[in-house]
Ligand binder design. Sequence first.
Ligand SMILES: N[C@@H](CCC(=O)N[C@@H](CS)C(=O)NCC(=O)O)C(=O)O
Length: 211
Amino acid sequence: MARYTLHGIFASGPAYKVGLMFNLTNTPFNYTHVDLRSGAHKAPDFLARNRFGQVPALEDSQTGITLCQSSVILDYLADETGQFGGASRAERLRAREWQLWGAGNLSHGVYRTRGAKLGFAKFPEQVLEANLQTALAGLKELNTLLEGRTWLVGDGATIADIDIYGIAAYAPQAGIDFAPFPNLSAWLARVEALPGFKSVTDCLPQASALA
Ligand SMILES: N[C@@H](CCC(=O)N[C@@H](CS)C(=O)NCC(=O)O)C(=O)O
């Protein structure tokens, strides 16, 4: 039995971020499929793990901690695995800045545009357009901030890269072309070349699985 259990659904971007972290750190994990369609995420046993009724949730059988919010889970796993946490406290805080930027400035635009495109969500036309413009503005800013940089923070990949990758990588499914964003395209390729990398389509199982 593996130490960690990830509760998620394979199509979820935030759950993917955690799966990617496990794969990049070569950490085995049990996986519990949460059937959002049947409302399993609003049932009492799931709400006990995540009061917000969303995936992902992470259980650590060694410490007894249960966590939600993908960015917080990555932060926790950086400490527990000793990987991708940055070379110093300053770098960790810089990574946290990027994670909050991703949650505030990038995730809604990309995930909601993608959700509508794939038929997971419905929005009025004006909201669809606003979502798309938010996604494009976030990706443009990311592209600009990557100018002259290999990684988002310091000289190596951190949870900032894993977190932001787990949002930006869904842009093609949202119908967004990376062609106007060359720095972003090059950075995505660098993340994809990390040992253990798995893509948004082949990282999480479609059903519950023990490690
Ligand atoms: N800020 C959260 C977002 C989690 C989230 O939006 N999860 C979605 C799936 S991608 C969900 O559970 N949606 C069901 C709901 O909100 O009722 C994170 O980063 O973990």
